[in-house]
Design a protein around this ligand. Structure first.
Ligand code: SAM
Length: 231
């Protein structure tokens, strides 16, 4: 898989109406190409304004299929299709206890918050304090205050709120960090980009009473996980 070509920063020119139109068109395309099936994820993608989670000079590119740079070291907001790509196989649902590793912009956190609803829980761990503050402000301004944001090494998870129904790791790891598997419910699912032979494969893991099942979904390209389980 090749690298990304990031468009140059520029003063935003698009209106709210332009961006809303792009958001609706993007959701329709995700449905057409089969990535988006869940009604709750669809409604969340229509509701959360991705442009509110992007640095001003990249805002016009909010609905382009490229990752965009964020404040902090090596942090990016993932491409728009990444969210259904991760959340559909997880089966993210109303009432889930969800853990995200790699808060980034806070956009994935806001989408998850919409999907799990008031009966669910969303915890997100970010290693970079500058990135975390950027996301915290974005989430607060967008009205998502009922999420637990943690600064630290997400490879260690967040045992205080475990067990989780679903865990998404949004940075590529050499192996799925064992603490995350421990913090998953029986019947719970985890999704992560995992290195194999110099490439990255989005890997879905399901924790059953009898053991763990793994399935590779597709090749992907994400920033590397840092910390104890980093590469
Ligand atoms: C692709 S970005 C996340 C995108 C994010 N989910 C979003 O919606 O904007 C990956 C993030 O993982 C963070 N990260 C890398 N290693 C980490 C670790 N060990 N623990 C927590 N966060 C980590 C990076 O700083 C970066 O912000």
């Amino acid at each position: 898989m090749r690298g990304w070509i990031i468009p140059p920063p520029r003063e935003p020119t698009k209106s709210q109406a332009d961006l809303q139109q792009e958001r609706t068109a993007k959701v329709m395309r995700l449905i057409e190409n089969g990535l988006l099936k869940s009604e709750r994820i669809k409604q969340a993608l229509l509701r959360v304004r991705r442009e509110d989670f992007i640095p001003r000079l990249y805002r016009d590119y909010a609905y382009l299929e490229v990752p965009l740079p964020l404040p902090g070291e090596h942090a990016t907001i993932s491409c728009p299709h990444s969210y259904p790509l991760f959340y559909e196989p997880l089966g993210l649902e109303e009432g889930h206890r969800f853990l995200e590793i790699g808060l980034g912009s806070g956009y994935g956190t806001a989408i998850a918050r919409q999907v799990v609803g008031p009966r669910g829980l969303v915890v997100s761990v970010e290693i970079d304090p500058v990135t975390l503050e950027f996301a915290r402000r974005n989430l607060e301004e967008a009205g998502y205050r009922d999420v637990v944001l943690v600064q630290g090494d997400g490879g260690l998870g967040y045992p205080e709120a475990s067990p989780y129904d679903s865990i998404a790791v949004t940075a590529a790891c050499v192996e799925i960090p064992p603490p995350l598997i421990e913090q998953l419910h029986i019947g719970g699912r985890l999704i992560a980009p995992v290195f194999q032979g110099g490439r990255q494969y989005l890997t879905l893991l399901e924790k059953g009473a009898e053991g763990i099942q793994r399935q590779i979904i597709c090749e992907v390209l994400y920033v590397s996980l840092r910390g104890v389980y980093g590469s």
